[in-house]
Design a protein around this ligand. Structure first.
Ligand code: FEO
Length: 171
């Protein structure tokens, strides 16, 4: 049985994961509006991954005899200054999520909840990937600067991404 403290904290995290998905859909729509369909595809895949993150948490709460409480999802921004600006915001957001996951692990340890601690380790590993993939795109976008052909090439590369649920992301 989950303690009320852990249940509440995980419910907040479910909201954060759903917001992440909403934010990335908003970014994908922005990319489409500036003719970066590859970047839009990349971000849509990222949005789907976030739904997997939320889903995994929701099943865990139920498995442990808790209750999932869904709260309202905050409205994401509509516009960014540039594609680079949006990816920098995505990286910043992922760093924030990593810090939330770290806090959850700390709480699980304080509550002596080894099951939650163990469950959360999947997210710790996942956050390494999340930060690395957004960071890689930021670095590439900085490298190409204002180059139109560079922009064309990176959009093409980003468009190759296909959503594949991470191993162990099932319920
Ligand atoms: Fe679910 Fe991108 O963190």
């Amino acid at each position: 049985m989950l303690s009320e403290k852990i249940q509440n904290a995980i419910n907040l995290q479910i909201n954060a994961e759903l917001y992440s998905s909403y934010l990335y859909v908003a970014m994908a729509m922005y990319f489409e509006s500036v003719d970066m369909s590859g970047a839009a595809k990349w971000m849509n895949s990222q949005a789907q991954e976030e739904l997997v993150h939320a889903d995994k948490f929701m099943h865990y709460v139920n498995e442990r005899g808790g209750r999932v409480i869904l709260e309202a999802i905050e409205k994401p921004p509509v516009e960014w200054k540039s594609v680079l600006d949006a990816f920098e915001a995505a990286l910043e957001h992922e760093r924030k999520v990593s810090s939330l996951i770290n806090d959850l692990v700390t709480l699980a340890r304080e509550e002596n909840d080894h099951m939650s601690d163990n469950f959360l380790q999947w997210y710790i590993a996942e956050q390494v990937e999340e930060e690395a993939s957004a960071g890689e795109v930021v670095r590439k976008l900085k490298l190409i600067g204002d180059s139109g052909s560079g922009r064309f090439m990176i959009d093409n590369e980003l468009g190759q991404r296909v959503f594949v649920p991470a191993a162990g992301s099932g319920e």
